[in-house]
Write a protein that binds this ligand. Structure first.
Ligand SMILES: Nc1ncnc2c1ncn2[C@@H]1O[C@H](COP(=O)(O)OP(=O)(O)OP(=O)(O)O)[C@@H](O)[C@H]1O
Length: 281
C-alpha cells in the first residue's frame, strides 16, 4: 500500500511539540482512568501507547481528540492550526449505518464539503486515489456493513488518507486484521511518519512496537515511562505497569486528586468512604 503524496504543511505548527499534556486527569464518575499525565508528542514523532487492559489508553486518545472532558486542573495544548484525524476502536463503530465505501471515505473531507455539501470531481478523485492506495478499488459502492474486518479497516485508513491530518490518532488499528493487511497498513503508517506527520497508536503487540515504533508511552493510568521504545519497554517498567494494574480497585468510591476533590481534603473523603463501606461481621 502506498499513500498519495500530499505532505502536511508543518510550517503552520509552532515549536517542537504537536500536542502537550499538562497534568492530564480524566475520570469517569470520579473513577480516574488517567491520572496526572504530563509530557508531549513531538512534531513528526511516531509513538506507540501501550499498557495493560484498563490502563487508560483509549481514554488518552479520546482526550487528545477532544472527545472526553478532562479534569480542570490539567489541560492539553495543541499546536496552532493542528489538524487531527482519529480512528476509534472497532467496537465503537456502528457497522449498520447505511453508507457505502466511497461515501465513508468522502466523510474525511467533510470540513471542505460541509455536512450537506456536494463533492467536487477533484474530491472524488482524491477518494478514489485513497481507495486505490489501500487496495480497495472496485469496492466503491459496497455497503460498509458487508465488509470484512480487514476491508473495513482499509476503508477507514483511506478516510484517514483523505483527511490529510498533521496528527493521526489510531486506537488498536491492527485489531482483528490479518498479518498481510497489517503489513500494508503499517506501510501507510510509516509513510505518514516519513511525511512529517505525528502518529500516536494504541497497540498491544510488544514485538510490533519494538520493530516499528521509535517512541513509546507506557501507561498504567499514570505514565510509567515515555521516550525511546528500547528505554521504555524494559522488564522493570513492564513489571511496574502490571503491578499497578493488579492494584487497581475498580470499586473505589472516590478519586482524590492532589488530595482534594470538590473542596474536600483527602482525610475527610477517606473518613466518608470508610463510613459508607459496609463492615464485615
Ligand atoms: N465511558 C466510560 N464510562 C465509565 N468508565 C469508563 C468509560 N470508558 C472507560 N472507562 C473505564 O476507564 C478505565 C480505562 O479505560 P480505557 O478504555 O481507556 O482503557 P484501555 O487501556 O484502552 O483498555 P483496553 O486495553 O482494555 O482497551 C477502565 O477502568 C474503564 O472501565
Amino acid at each position: 500500500m502506498r499513500a498519495p503524496d500530499y505532505a502536511p504543511d508543518n510550517t503552520r505548527l509552532a515549536g517542537a511539540a504537536a500536542i502537550e499534556l499538562h497534568n492530564l486527569t480524566v475520570s469517569y464518575r470520579r473513577h480516574p482512568a488517567l491520572h496526572h499525565v504530563s509530557g508531549h508528542f513531538a512534531r513528526g514523532s511516531l509513538t506507540a501507547v501501550i499498557g495493560p487492559n484498563g490502563a487508560g489508553k483509549s481514554t488518552l486518545l479520546k482526550s487528545l481528540a477532544g472527545l472526553v472532558k478532562t479534569e480542570p486542573h490539567g489541560h492539553i495544548t495543541r499546536a496552532p492550526g493542528l489538524r487531527m484525524a482519529y480512528l476509534p476502536q472497532h467496537s465503537e463503530l456502528d457497522r449498520s449505518f447505511p453508507l457505502n465505501v466511497r461515501d465513508c471515505v468522502l466523510m474525511g473531507l467533510w470540513p471542505q464539503t460541509g455536512a450537506f455539501g456536494s463533492a467536487t470531481p477533484a474530491m472524488l478523485a482524491r477518494v478514489d486515489a485513497a481507495l486505490e492506495a489501500v487496495g480497495l478499488q472496485g469496492f466503491e459502492r459496497r455497503p460498509v456493513g458487508t465488509l470484512s474486518s480487514g476491508q473495513l479497516q482499509r476503508t477507514l485508513f483511506a478516510r484517514l488518507l483523505v483527511q490529510d491530518a498533521d496528527l493521526i490518532l489510531l486506537d488498536e488499528p491492527f485489531n482483528a486484521v490479518d498479518s498481510k493487511t497489517t503489513a500494508g497498513l503499517l506501510t501507510l503508517v510509516k509513510q505518514w511518519h516519513r511525511q512529517g506527520r505525528t502518529v500516536v497508536a494504541v497497540l498491544h503487540d510488544d514485538a510490533q512496537v519494538r520493530e516499528h515504533f521509535p517512541q513509546t508511552l507506557l501507561l498504567a493510568r499514570e505514565c510509567i515511562a515515555w521516550g525511546a521504545t528500547a528505554e521504555v519497554l524494559t522488564d522493570a517498567n513492564l513489571q511496574r505497569a502490571r503491578a499497578m494494574a493488579e492494584a487497581w480497585d475498580e470499586t473505589a468510591a472516590i478519586c482524590a486528586i492532589d488530595g482534594e476533590v470538590n473542596g474536600l481534603d483527602f482525610d475527610t473523603l477517606l473518613a466518608r468512604r470508610l463510613a459508607t463501606t459496609p463492615t464485615t461481621p
